[in-house]
Design a protein around this ligand. Structure first.
Ligand code: CA
Length: 445
């Protein structure tokens, strides 16, 4: 935590006149104010941007008449059906809006409550949509624990490739694969070739997996030919969201050499509806995880002392699985893992600096996945590939005694997260949930 990033909107003493925001453990206390795109159920054509407060969402554009200057401009941008217009204004505008929304929703504010109450909608009565029109989608590989675990399955003696501790490795994904949690998801067809098969077959993927990740949304664009310095990178981060990078391991194993993942990943990527702003995350910034003794230092263009001291982000993420049988019997989901983004080897700022280091630009609405977030322990593995050691060691769902190596049709995967810090009010990230539908009966659907 850096005192200079903390302001009145993070004050742990702040309370809201929206009573549900003050409940202990609430996802959306007044210190969070996450963005989503919503419509009152049945009125999808009227989708617009809102801010979560307790069990309500505030129609931000409806508050514009109460605001002035940059905050009013930012609020008016929230009349759109995506966050892109707000994001393009940059973090100074988002910050001005946050300060005003904090003031309007705080318990001490009484004059404008009647008008504001009309702009509040119960979350139970709204639909949440894909929050951002994603321009480009890049997925990193920033967890050294995940990279080591996945690499060990293929190269037991040398799991990490020689570039890993120098390069924040990534691949280019498909922006149109990104969908909001809850949207339909279907098992893909693809080329599969088991080790004992002479030639591949074209069939529905059998080794369907999830990946626990965070997604970083770019706000203010960078310029072509002007690489971002690590120290300036957070100015271009509008916010962060839960992300599940669905992965077909059998398609991936056959196609990935030599150019990396392609169709194994591009059929679906789920994001949570809620975007936690960079400013709301300030209390949860911390030192980067220490590099092992003997690891190389980052090259100078990827090194910044302040980023080493504050570039980590404490986000405690759980992955849960609930099979169709568990849902039918009204049994609760089973937790499969609990990992923390503070263990990542590369910081978000290093990812942005690397991404732009060849002169390519980042645009408003670009999405950068962190890569699977796994920790050092057996209960912190962020994919089934790791949990079942490539399918060799099935796990058991305790409530029904069903076994899993990879996902079955009807399985629901849900990612949930919280950020906590002593002396601050903790915040929730909502959830990113998807239920795997069966493949089409024939390749052409
Ligand atoms: Ca991934």
């Amino acid at each position: 935590m850096n005192p200079s990033l903390i302001n009145a909107t993070h004050d742990p003493a702040l309370r809201s006149w929206v009573a549900s925001a003050n409940l202990p453990g609430a996802d959306f206390p007044i210190q969070n104010l996450p963005f989503a795109v919503f419509s009152v159920r049945g009125c999808a054509a009227a989708a617009r941007c809102g801010v979560g407060i307790g069990d309500q969402i505030l129609d931000v554009a409806a508050c514009a008449p109460l605001l002035s200057g940059l905050a009013a401009e930012a609020a008016l941008a929230c009349a759109a059906a995506t966050l892109n217009a707000l994001m393009a204004l940059g973090n100074a505008a988002a910050s001005a809006l946050r300060a005003e929304l904090s003031r309007l929703l705080s318990a001490g504010q009484t004059a404008q409550r009647e008008l504001l109450a009309q702009a509040l909608h119960p979350l139970a009565g709204v639909d949440l949509h894909l929050p951002v029109k994603v321009g480009g989608y890049t997925d990193f590989f920033a967890s050294v624990h995940h990279a080591t675990n996945a690499g060990r399955l293929f190269r037991p003696d040398a799991p990490l490739l020689p570039n890993y501790k120098y390069v924040p490795v990534a691949y280019s994904g498909r922006a149109n694969s990104v969908r909001v949690g809850g949207a339909p998801l279907q098992r893909p067809w693809g080329q599969l070739k088991a080790a004992d098969q002479a030639a591949p077959e074209f069939a529905p993927a059998r080794r369907l997996d999830y990946e626990v990740e965070l997604g970083i949304y770019i706000g203010a664009a960078s310029q072509t030919g002007r690489p971002l310095a690590v120290a300036d990178a957070w100015d271009h981060v509008f916010g962060v969201s839960l992300l599940n990078d669905w992965s077909a391991r059998d398609i991936q194993a056959w196609e990935y050499q030599p150019l990396g993942p392609f169709l194994a990943k591009s059929f679906a990527t789920s994001v949570a509806p809620w975007v936690i702003t960079a400013e709301a995350l300030a209390p949860f910034r911390q030192a980067m995880a220490a590099r092992d003794a003997g690891d190389p230092a980052p090259l100078p263009h990827l090194f910044d002392a302040a980023d080493q001291a504050l570039g980590g982000l404490s986000v405690d993420i759980e992955a849960q699985l609930r099979s169709a049988r568990m849902r039918a019997q009204d049994l609760p989901a089973q937790r499969l893992s609990r990992s923390n983004a503070a263990t990542l080897y590369w910081s978000f700022a290093q990812m942005l600096a690397h991404h732009t280091s060849n002169g390519s630009a980042l645009d408003t609405g670009d999405l950068l996945g962190s890569g699977t977030i796994s920790g050092a322990t057996a209960d912190a593995l962020g994919s089934l590939l790791e949990l079942t050691r490539g399918g060799a060691e099935p796990l058991t769902l305790a409530a029904t005694q069903e076994q899993r190596t990879f996902l079955h049709d009807g399985d629901e995967v849900s990612l949930r997260a919280r950020s906590e810090r002593a002396g601050f009010v903790g915040i929730g990230w909502g959830h990113c949930t998807g239920t795997l539908g069966a493949a089409t009966a024939t390749p052409l659907g």
